[in-house]
Write a protein that binds this ligand. Structure first.
Ligand code: UDP
Ligand code: MG
Length: 329
């Protein structure tokens, strides 16, 4: 730490949903790691409508650790929104890091992110190196998701990336300007651009408690991500519809020709049923797909606030670099 120079302030944002068992350990571990770097920092804990003792523990931690700032959402809004609430609260920071509160995102990797930031990185994503600690199913579905996402979307996401990243002040400011409700934060990070870098880390299993993501919730997040980043599924649907209709017309011409010139038109219940089912299925799928987009337009059009706070959070209160520099002169 250089005396007299402007002191940078880093904000760590952690979304917390029913994390009573591991939260204290998380704050201890992160504080310890950051204290050693000498950087000025705050830890913003966002309670995402927890039903357990998380809010109480957050309040206790805030009195015990002056650098901890709690933010309380009025109900469970989901991790992506909780992260956004935390990033809003961190306005004005020189850098902000988002990480899970369950110790799967390690303090060592946090330090590596900071290192990379010091080297000039603006959007630095932590990418998990091995998948040994995630279940076979989760590893497979995660890979499948990134593959499908990257085929359909113009915004590409690095496989193994999660909501563990650092944003420079500029990238943070850019992120705060994004207004949309359906948000896959890791996708938006690619959209904003900037000098993007990756830091690899080994992800340990969860310290305590259980994963908050059921399979259905993962599917929901994946679908949301896909549809909010790409309109390509709609184009694919239209093209497939055109091709099917064209094939149908060719077949119809063939059937008529056969009836007129050969006259051996077979009575085919099976083929009619099969065609009916395939076409009916395709139609329903595509109507559903269009519906997914319309539903999202509807959500956006309502323009409700992204989240509701239980109470106004304390201002972060870190000194701005300029005032700090003046003070120390
Ligand atoms: N989380 C949240 N709101 C939710 C679900 C999860 O804030 O509705 C938080 C959770 O407390 C954790 C992080 O998001 O800090 C990641 O969740 P989890 O560890 O359950 O996901 P996994 O690591 O299993 O993908
Ligand atoms: Mg986890």
């Amino acid at each position: 730490m250089e005396a007299g120079g402007p002191r940078e302030c880093l904000v760590v944002v952690a979304p917390c949903f029913n994390e009573e068992e591991g939260l204290t350990h998380f704050v201890e571990a992160v504080s310890k790691a950051l204290d050693e770097t000498g950087i000025d920092y705050r830890i913003v804990l966002v309670d995402d409508g927890s039903a357990d003792g998380t809010p109480k523990i957050m309040r206790e931690l805030a009195t015990q650790y002056p650098r901890v700032r709690p933010v309380f959402l009025s109900r469970n809004f989901g991790q992506q929104i909780a992260i956004s609430a935390g990033l809003d609260a961190a306005k004005g920071a020189d850098a902000v890091v988002v990480m899970d509160a369950d110790m799967q995102h390690t303090p060592e990797a946090l330090l590596a992110l900071i290192e990379e930031w010091r080297r000039g990185g603006e959007v630095i994503m932590a990418v998990r190196r091995d998948v040994a600690s995630v279940s076979l199913f989760k590893g497979f579905t995660s890979k499948l998701f990134y593959r499908v996402f990257n085929v359909f979307s113009d915004t590409k996401i690095q496989p193994g990336a999660s909501d563990f990243f650092l944003l420079s002040a500029n990238a943070h400011r850019a992120f705060l300007q994004l207004p949309e409700r359906s948000r896959l934060v890791r996708g938006l990070l690619h959209w904003i651009g900037f000098d993007r870098r990756y830091v690899e880390y080994d992800m340990p299993p969860r310290l305590a408690g259980e994963s908050k993501y059921s399979t259905m919730r993962m599917v929901g997040l994946a679908l949301d991500g896909l549809i909010s980043f790409s309109s390509r599924p709609i184009h694919v649907a239209t093209r497939l519809g055109v091709v099917t209709a064209f094939a149908g017309m060719v077949y119809l011409a063939y059937v008529f020709g056969r009836a007129l010139f050969v006259g051996d038109l077979a009575v085919g219940w099976g083929s009619i049923m099969a065609t009916l089912l395939v076409l009916g299925g395709l139609q329903l799928t595509f109507i559903g797909l269009v519906g997914e987009y319309i539903a999202r337009i509807y959500q956006e059009a309502k323009s409700r606030p992204l989240y509701v706070l239980r109470c106004e959070p304390d201002a972060l209160g870190f000194e701005k670099p300029e005032s700090n520099a003046k003070d120390s002169e």
